[in-house]
Design a protein around this ligand. Structure first.
Ligand code: HEM
Length: 127
């Protein structure tokens, strides 16, 4: 399935009185039908019509449910030339998770395993 491609210019010239479209992370959404259902209100979405709403969307810290729900309103994506690199802010905690984990020998597992091996060996040899 090919997704319809839009330029940023097309989005900014959209007739936002009729339809509410905006961009979040290079994906184009049409939320006209969703305006009155949005738990965060009609107004915030209307103000962002025709714009790139990535930061505003992210600042709110939308739930996973909200991110699932958005998929319903996808109408296309930006043409390659107009895309920006999507920042990995949604998964920032995953990056920090890796930090500080410098391998097996520095984790708690190594000394524990070493202790078990020494105990078993000791009792085998001298027990
Ligand atoms: C397709 C796009 C969007 C969808 C499907 C969506 C959906 C939702 C949902 C389900 C909630 C309830 C709380 C949660 O589950 O996180 C919510 C809250 C909210 N949303 Fe959105 N949203 C969208 C775009 C936006 C944008 C672009 C803004 C811009 C600022 C925004 C601002 C807010 C605010 C202020 C709240 C209220 C947060 C609160 O009361 O704690 N939303 N949205």
């Amino acid at each position: 399935m090919t997704v319809k491609q839009y330029t940023r210019e097309e989005i900014s010239k959209w007739d936002t009185k009729k339809e509410n479209v905006f961009i979040i992370d290079n994906v184009v959404y049409n939320v006209t039908e969703f305006l009155d259902e949005h738990p965060g209100g009609h107004e915030v979405l209307v103000n962002l019509a025709g714009k790139d709403a990535s930061e505003d969307f992210d600042d709110v810290g939308h739930s996973l449910d909200a991110k699932e729900l958005m998929k319903k309103y996808v109408v296309g994506e930006l043409v390659e030339a107009d895309r920006v690199q999507v920042q990995k802010r949604h998964v920032a905690w995953e990056d920090s998770k890796v930090e500080g984990d410098t391998g097996f020998t520095s984790s708690w597992k190594f000394p524990v395993l070493l202790g078990i091996v020494v105990t078993v060996l000791y009792s085998y040899l001298f027990g």
